[in-house]
Write a new protein. Structure first.
Length: 129
């Protein structure tokens, strides 16, 4: 009985977890960013990248700034070599993970983050209070 209670408590806490609302389509995310007058945050990763997974689990989940990030950005998760189109020539990198912040004209709105960045460094990079 105790185990059932603990599992249900754990499940409920997972449902309450704050996380980034990721899109899987660059084009749809870009259109939503234009419509909502938000910046586009592109997380570029590659398959089987431990630092990419770590960043998704630490920097983009259960952090006090998540709500603000969701308010400021439309976020899209792009995997290297994915079939759906994204501006690869503009977002070219050899370092994974990488984060790009684009305005409505798809110009850089913030400096690029290349490589793993922990929650404190991410917060500092975007000056999130």
């Amino acid at each position: 009985m105790k185990l059932v209670f603990l599992l249900s408590l754990l499940f409920a806490s997972l449902l309450q977890a704050e996380h980034i609302r990721w899109h899987s389509s660059y084009e749809k995310a870009h259109q939503e960013a234009l419509k909502e007058k938000k910046l586009l945050m592109v997380f570029l990763m590659e398959d089987e990248c431990p630092l990419c997974i770590k960043m998704l689990r630490t920097t983009f989940r259960d952090q006090p700034y998540i709500k603000k990030v969701n308010e400021m950005f439309v976020a899209v998760l792009v995997t290297k070599g994915q079939k759906e189109s994204y501006p690869i020539e503009m977002l070219y990198t050899m370092n994974y993970p990488s984060l790009f912040f684009l305005n409505s004209e798809e110009l850089f709105a913030h400096d690029i983050i290349s490589g793993y960045v922990d929650p404190e460094a991410f917060k500092k990079h975007l000056d999130l209070q």
